[in-house]
Design a protein around this ligand. Structure first.
Ligand code: THU
Length: 193
């Protein structure tokens, strides 16, 4: 399905360095936007009617079997993975667009270090940011400085890093090695015995 992509522009001052925004070029940002808008058209949301599209820009250095997406535009389709929200008649079972996209990426073999940026869009004039559950889900695989671009329905966007959206977060790097934990617990048990 092809959608009419709006032209994308920032809604507030952005941190630009060497013509890049958090390391993302204008071309990459265009594709990130186009692809989340396109994914939104494929969302399954008959209950809320609130369509959400998400796109994940893969780091160019990451090479895995390309995953075909429905619309290849100006950027190799293999560098983008998308998702839309998938709802369910049993309401809490529904899944957000961001988790559908990240789950797809993980099943395709991508892991931490694979992702350069995230795009999210909806049908509202406001900037919809990933829900709390999605923030934690994304945190598992994104570096804390990964930019998350939030596009409104007109294509205006704001950007925040993963770390800004989820400060003082709990992630895989926080967990000590299991052996260390086991040893500490055994020592603890020995003390009370
Ligand atoms: N939704 C997302 O897909 N992502 C978010 O970050 C916020 C909410 C979906 C869930 C549900 O299908 C619909 O939007 C309304 O909450």
């Amino acid at each position: 399905m092809t959608t009419i992509s709006p032209s994308f522009s920032p809604a507030e001052a952005v941190p630009e360095k060497d013509g890049l925004i958090h390391g993302v070029s204008a071309e990459e940002l265009q594709v990130l936007g186009e692809q989340c808008f396109d994914a939104k058209t494929r969302a399954y949301c008959p209950y809320s009617l609130f369509r959400v599209g998400a796109s994940l820009l893969l780091s160019p250095s990451v090479t895995l079997t390309p995953i075909p997406t429905s619309t290849a535009t100006t950027y190799p389709a293999s560098h983008i993975i998308t998702g839309g929200n998938v709802e369910n008649a049993s309401y809490p079972v529904g899944t957000c667009a961001e988790r559908v996209a990240m789950g797809t990426a993980v099943l395709a073999g991508y892991r931490s270090g694979s992702f350069k940026a995230v795009g999210v869009t909806t049908d509202i004039a406001d900037f919809c940011s990933p829900c709390g559950m999605c923030r934690q889900f994304l945190r598992e695989f994104l570096a804390l400085d990964t930019p998350i671009f939030m596009f409104n329905k007109e294509g205006k966007w704001i950007v925040r890093t993963m770390g800004e959206l989820l400060p003082l977060s709990f992630g895989p790097d926080v967990l000590p090695p299991r052996e260390e934990m086991r040893k500490a617990q055994e020592e603890d048990k020995a003390k009370v015995a």
